[in-house]
Ligand binder design. Sequence first.
Ligand code: NAD
Length: 488
Amino acid sequence: MGLATESALPEVSLRIGAASRTSGAGVHHHVNPATGAFDAPVPMAGVDDVDEAVHAAHQAFAVWKATRAGTRARALLELARLVEGHTEEFAALATADNGTPQATAGAMVGAAAEWIRYYGGWADKLPLGRVTSVAGAGGSFGHTLRQPYGVIGVVITWNAPLMSLAMKVPAALAAGNTVVVKPSELTPFSAMLFADLVREAGIPDGVFNVVTGGAEAGAVLVAHPLVKKVTFTGGPETARKITAACAETFKPVVLELGGKSANLVFADADLDAAALHAAFMAFGIMTGQACALPTRLLVEDSIHDEFVAKVAAIAGSFKVGHPQEPDTVCGPVINQGAIDRIEAMVAQAQNDGARVVTGGARLAGDLAAGFYYPPTVMADVDPASELAQKEVFGPVLAVTRFTDEAHALFLANDTDYGLSGCIWTSDARRAVRLVEQLETGEVVVNGAPNAVAERPFGGIGHSGTGNEGGLEGLEEFFWTKSVAYGNG
Ligand code: NAD
């Protein structure tokens, strides 16, 4: 198995055009979340580095835009094949990047390949425009023409670096744009192998560029005048700054932000399936560090105690441990800052009247050096409290009981966020009613998968704006020109 020992870590470098180089602007020391130890230097791109990368992407745009659509499609499909062929390596890098357990990391490589293949499939079947009027007596022939923007600034966070790349870059490239990616300095490794494979797939130098670095590099990238659109995944504070920077030049921006998604479990649901889903989604997917996870569990009164006990028992059975051990379900959280935030939120929740059903304290012993927090179920969570309203981004599930469907709907929608929603019921009419009334970008019923390539994924409210996935995700990377031909 491809375990990412420190010696096997790829050298982190800026990938600008054909160059792979370091930066004079500074270095960040990557910390392995599983051990708390420094393991690799990460060059921090400065203003000049970002400028050079944007110019490389700008130059390559002329070439890529003029490349036959079939050639672009073949290159992206080849990239999907290469990514899938490097599953073990990517899984090992995800573990090194942020402590993703191997089993989850491997599954995510498959999912990333699916996203790349999906947009590779679109590349030569693009809906490039539509006829809007036809020439007739005194009329004109009119149509729309969808055109790529040029350089897209891609700023991503640390929780799923390969997935974030796969959800943004192939769609941008399929549409004929070029990209400059700024990964999080906390997770630089996956982007290095991705860049190698982009090149191996035959995508010309300069079409895909990486500037490793922190907030400063991100800020320079989004404000650069040659960057024509920004797509961002991360937190709301950063999103506000990016939106403000983009407002200066009216630059469009896609924002994929956080969530506090509700999972509504009714008494008529398949309770065993719902409990497994609730526990796995809250704790087993990246140890609670993902945006669309249902982190608020709303349970009908009559089954509340039985159901919470089931979820807690499953959560308690998940192995928390080193992410490279094959049976680990929950790995570490990203860093000490995350541990501090989780501890403070659990303490505040208890002050607000919530009760710890399982978990609730950082793990010590063999795991003390890394950043390990166990699956934690909190019951009797006041819907107005911090734990019900704010994203933890860690393995903490907030449980609140409801009396009837109207109460469940009120609680679900009583949030600033609007990313995802889950419904568990065997009543199809109820499911349809709730699907229509939940104020979220996505709703999944009875355990359907979320964030798949074929369906758009995106939030409303504080969860962001715009989409990734589906035709909508592709359309983010075009602007529409309106064309008419007169008779003169
Ligand atoms: P963050 O917002 O702190 O950082 C994200 C990225 O932005 C990093 O690369 C960072 O260097 C960069 N950045 C920071 N300041 C910047 C600036 N002023 N200008 C440009 N770039 C800047 O990320 P975080 O808050 O630690 O990430 C976690 C958040 O991401 C959570 O809220 C989570 O829900 C969200 N998230 C959303 C999705 C989604 O698809 N909706 C997916 C994963 C994570």
